[in-house]
Design a protein around this ligand. Sequence first.
Ligand code: NAD
Length: 444
Amino acid sequence: MDAAAPIGVVGTGYVGLVSAACFAHLGHRVVCMDIDAAKIARLERGEVPIYEPGLEKLIDDNRARLSFTTSYDELLAACQVLLIAVDTPPSHSGDADLSRVRHAVGEIAARGGRRLLIMKSTVPVGTGEKVMADLEALGATSMTYVSNPEFLREGAAIQDFLEPDRIVIGATCREDADAVEALYRGIDTDVLHTAVPTAEMVKYASNAFLATKISFINEIANVCEHLGADVRTVAHGMGLDHRIGPHFLQAGIGYGGSCFPKDVQALKQLAGNSGYHFQLLNAVIEVNALQKRRVVGKLKQRLGGLRGATVALLGLTFKPHTDDLREAASIVLASRLHHEGALVRACDPMIDAGAHPLFAGVTIVDEPLAALEGADAAVLVTEWPEFIRLDWAAAAAVMRRPLLIDGRNCIDPKVVAAAGMEYEGIGVGEAGPRPTGDRDQVVA
Ligand code: NAD
């Protein structure tokens, strides 16, 4: 392989575009390819089609090393090393839908030549071996395959890419593994070399474990409510144990996003397909589904019913610092409230005012106070800084009933109480001091 040749990135979404910009920052030339012509046109005009903090600047700073195309011919004329970062959404069966991966690999194989395929997309364990068998059957014997799963979190993607906890490289030969490791030269971290299926499993097992931690603390929170304990202090006390650690112990209304829900489901399905019943993951998934709805019960209890009540949702994206709505808790919550007969208003820094296809019957407005005007309750859904810092006295003044359900336990109850509002968090059975500590627990 020509080490000086550009890297090709197939799929310019959250992972592909961030990887491309970061590899360019590390000094590589990168050709970004996507079948979405509108996306590529925007990138060529200097626009960034997704919101990710710092990405626009990183692309701008490295523009000389980045190029964009919709053409596989152009991509393959320039690149031997190809990073595949297409989406792998859930299919109806719960298995990962690999049609986009198959399409990309097929387009590359059809054009022949010596290629190194690096799989960044999250794919089920065994995918690499199947792809390699398919390539062999097609006679594409000069194409090799490496699994190199990505662990970045939206909202902190650039830092996660450039300062990762580890780089995992699953390869069939040392030469390919070394070629991939060389791409990351300049990044100082542990590099784990494994077989292809093991690398694929590291990704699924990591996401499943993090989701398990979230569902675990959410169940503890629910029990705390019954027993009069405060989950925030419980989590703080647990996190001080180095065997447990403080991360991902923030109780709330459940995990969402483009990764955890689909990856946990896919791992459960993968185990099932191989004849193993992954009991624990069933519980993790069920707890999460119920957690998203718990707020509805809290509102009903406080308001004595939801028909005709106006509820303001503060935040819609699945976590702060992203524009991603995939599997956001807000979608389930808004739909439940709408079906209970509530009038739902919402506000999110990243979502335009007006109607949105994911939020039928919800009025989206630009300003939090406009969402809160005349409302019977507010639910803090996404812990955007602008909501955490909201002027709660002003909020109380415009609401019909100044009630806040804090779905992320991110507001100091005393501040809200001093502003004249009722407050209810998740898993807070007693008023107690809020611990200081890490708050990055929502979703990767
Ligand atoms: P995304 O939907 O944001 O982007 C995927 C891109 O691939 C889109 O722009 C789409 O147009 C393009 N595409 C689809 N089919 C194509 C094809 N045949 N040829 C060229 N381009 C094609 O997806 P994402 O969030 O970046 O996720 C990509 C993969 O990375 C998934 O497998 C995901 O599970 C994994 N992953 C995502 C994250 C994350 O936080 N988003 C983190 C780690 C891993």
